[in-house]
Design a protein around this ligand. Structure first.
Ligand SMILES: Nc1ncnc2c1ncn2[C@@H]1O[C@H](COP(=O)(O)OP(=O)(O)O)[C@@H](O)[C@H]1O
Ligand SMILES: [Mg+2]
Length: 324
């Protein structure tokens, strides 16, 4: 073969090869597009877990009586998480729920705004079985502060305003003051106009919780649910929030789950939950006198608190800042 023929031959091989390679790249792209499409349409077709009944009514303005009658709840049919819960909350009362992790505390409070429906028994608010009212009319009257906060990448001001979109700047700041969030917000680079990152990044978890509490305060709900809402703040901030919560809980029916028992001493009713059952109920002092599981839980925390080194307020403040 002449040199010219070899070069021409190699040239033809390459021309033949190139489109085949291109086709295989295209095929890979098409496949990932199909996979993406499946996810997109899967999400669009997703049915909400809880549907309004066709004859559902609007929930009238809530007064705040909450009644659970032999309530059962389950995520999977065969495994019941709540097993016959009964109690009553009068308007304005604070109900505290304590118990070990996995006892069903979160599940219990999630039933109130109908994130899940009861699988047995009834849950009445002001005498209405909440399965027969529309979700929207129910949820707009219930304030919820969770351990995981939901913040958006917008300003602090707008994040709080999600609690009530028509609130004025002045009302937002009032709510922040009530939640003791005002002090730290003022210290941010742009104050209330500081832009937060994706899912509220840029501030500490404790500060995110304060913003969530401010948001709940702004929405001024008749029923308030706090699920470990102060779990990520230091004890000093928690003491501040404690004061704020006293204002917030006043005149509202509230359900408070707190892992630090000192925060719920003043509750009108304490429920000790274990394995989906109420094992003890009563007021703080009554339960301590009983020397049952609440007493054990309380004492174990008390002892731990005593063992913690005693630091001056100034030092603990600096520590809190360093932690954040
Ligand atoms: N979304 C879910 N799907 C399935 N099981 C769940 C779900 N949420 C909680 N559970 C189960 O229900 C039980 C009670 O959980 P939870 O109410 O979160 O407890 P607590 O708040 O007291 O720690 C646990 O055993 C948990 O594994
Ligand atoms: Mg929980």
């Amino acid at each position: 073969m002449s040199l010219g023929l070899v070069i021409t031959f190699l040239n033809y091989v390459q021309r033949f090869n190139q489109p085949i390679q291109q086709i295989s790249v295209m095929w890979t792209n098409i496949q990932s597009a199909v996979a993406g499409g499946e996810r997109i349409f899967g999400l669009l077709d997703e049915e909400p877990a809880i549907e309004d009944m066709p004859e559902a009514q609007k929930m009238p303005k809530i007064i705040g009586k909450v009644e659970l009658q032999n309530v059962f709840a389950a995520y999977k049919e065969e495994e019941s998480v709540l097993n016959g819960i009964s109690f009553e909350a009068e308007p304005g009362q604070t109900i505290a729920i304590v118990g070990p992790t996995g006892a069903g505390k979160t599940t219990l409070v999630n039933l109130i705004p109908r994130f899940y429906d009861v699988t047995g028994g009834t849950l009445l608010i002001d005498g209405f079985d909440i399965r027969f009212v529309t979700k929207e009319s129910l949820r707009e009257q219930i304030g919820i502060v969770l351990q995981d906060t939901f913040l958006f990448s917008t300003s602090v001001m707008e994040n709080i305003r999600f609690g009530r979109p028509d609130a004025s700047d002045k009302e937002v700041i009032e709510a922040a003051k009530l939640a003791h969030a005002d002090a730290f917000i003022e210290q941010l680079p742009d104050g209330y106009q500081t832009e937060l990152g994706e899912r509220g990044s840029g501030i500490s978890q404790g500060q995110r919780q304060l913003i969530s509490i401010a948001r709940a305060a702004l929405s001024d709900p008749q029923i308030l649910i706090l699920d470990e809402a102060t779990s990520s703040v230091d004890t000093r901030t928690e003491r501040l929030i404690q004061k704020a919560l006293e204002n917030l809980l006043k005149d509202r029916t509230s359900f408070v789950i707190a892992h630090r028992l000192s925060t719920i001493r003043n509750a009108d009713l304490l429920l000790v939950l274990n394995e989906g059952k109420i094992v003890e109920r009563g007021k703080h002092e009554e339960l301590l006198d009983k020397k049952g599981s609440y007493y054990d839980l309380y004492m174990s925390q008390f002892r731990r608190a005593e063992q913690e080194p005693i630091v001056s307020d100034r030092a603990s403040q600096e520590f809190a800042v360093a932690q954040d």
